[in-house]
Design a protein around this ligand. Structure first.
Ligand SMILES: [Zn+2]
Length: 361
């Protein structure tokens, strides 16, 4: 992002913050939250991972500190929000009988921190949740390859990587700039592709990169940094009531129908070996969707699919393009609360302030 864009964004954020504070002070948050307008809408919250270490400083959009998720759960509890199971909530949305203040919690990818940090927190609050589980790495005791490369380079951003032909790096590279680190990962991936390396061999490349950077790779493995939950963990949580649903096997959505359907099928087969329920809800990896996917999903017996487009779901929403609110480190407590009440969606839709202040339904 360029400096100009950055300051424009922070200015917009400040203006939105002031607007939300004024609306809350005028009682609009309470009126919208308790309105029939809000009761007809379902807020599906989207989370990814909690930080096991400092990953929230590396990618604040993808990782939250565990303390932050606890604060969010406190807000849900104190605001009297009804956290519903995804399947139940979508059935009630269709029937037009959602309870007041309804919310669904979804977690994308199914990384190990869900097992070790998020699940205990959900239990403590008595909240149900859905995990959109990607499965290629489930039975492999290794981190997701591109992610661990990015993370290690970020950890060593003050260092210079010496030429390392064994991983495809031919020239010395200073790691300070994000773009340079991106280039390094692209070169390593291209090298792995040229050599047609297996997932196991890619993990050996990552270990070699760690060695070159002076990082203890065994320690990262031991702490399960950037790893997906394993089949035992998924089975245990499914038996305890966590809903596991589809997110493709290899976290991608090919535009070829046969390849796309194979992603769903492989994902479903892998999950079916771990859990007793048949997964029928889907989430687009990276939020990338195309209307050509809709009939393909329907043919696979998928009944709902969520995007990363911000919004609230209505009875009239296309069930295979349901919006969600993505909660990130950058969202303030006030912004989060505005989305729970429904004010956030109204502000985003451009409803004017005078109307919002007098909101009635
Ligand atoms: Zn994902």
């Amino acid at each position: 992002m360029r400096p100009g864009q950055d300051s424009l964004k922070s200015m917009q954020k400040r203006i939105r913050g002031n607007l939300l504070r004024a609306l809350k002070a005028a009682g609009a948050f309470d009126r919208v939250r308790d309105s029939r307008w809000r009761q007809r809408r379902l807020l599906i919250l989207c989370y990814h991972s909690l930080a096991l270490d400092d990953e929230n400083q590396w990618r604040p959009g993808q990782f939250l500190a565990a303390t932050r998720l606890r604060e969010r759960f406190e807000t849900l509890k104190q605001g009297g929000y009804q956290v519903l199971d995804l399947g139940d909530a979508l059935a009630r949305l269709r029937q037009g009988n959602l309870p007041p203040h309804s919310v669904v919690l979804t977690f994308d990818d199914g990384t190990y921190d869900f097992y070790s940090l998020t699940y205990p927190l959900l239990r403590e609050f008595g909240f149900s949740a859905t995990v959109y589980q990607t499965t290629h790495y489930c039975s492999r005791h290794m981190p997701v390859f591109p992610l661990i490369c990015f993370y290690m380079l970020w950890k060593k951003r003050d260092a210079v990587l010496a030429p390392t032909p064994s991983i495809g790096i031919m020239k010395e590279i200073a790691l300070a700039a994000p773009e340079t680190r991106e280039t390094v990962v692209r070169q390593i991936i291209a090298f792995a592709d040229r050599q047609q390396l297996s997932t196991q061999q890619k993990n050996e490349l990552a270990a070699e990169l760690a060695h070159r950077l002076g990082i203890d790779y065994h320690d990262l493995l031991r702490r399960r940094i950037l790893q997906i939950m394993n089949p035992q963990e998924i089975a245990e949580l499914a038996a305890a009531g966590i809903r596991f649903e589809l997110h493709t096997h290899r976290h991608r959505t090919p535009r070829d129908q046969a390849l796309f359907e194979k992603e769903i099928q492989d994902n479903r087969d892998a999950l079916s070996a771990m859990i007793s329920a048949r997964p029928e809800h889907f989430c687009y990896p990276l939020g990338h969707y195309d209307r050509i996917f809709l009939p393909w999903l329907a043919q696979q017996g998928v009944v709902s699919a969520t995007t990363c487009d911000p919004g609230m779901a209505l009875r009239s929403s296309q069930p295979l393009l349901l919006p969600r609110f993505i909660d990130t480190t950058g969202q303030t407590a006030l912004e989060f609360e505005s989305w729970l009440t429904g004010v956030g969606a109204l502000v985003k839709a451009g409803v004017n302030v005078a109307k919002l202040r007098r909101f009635r339904s």
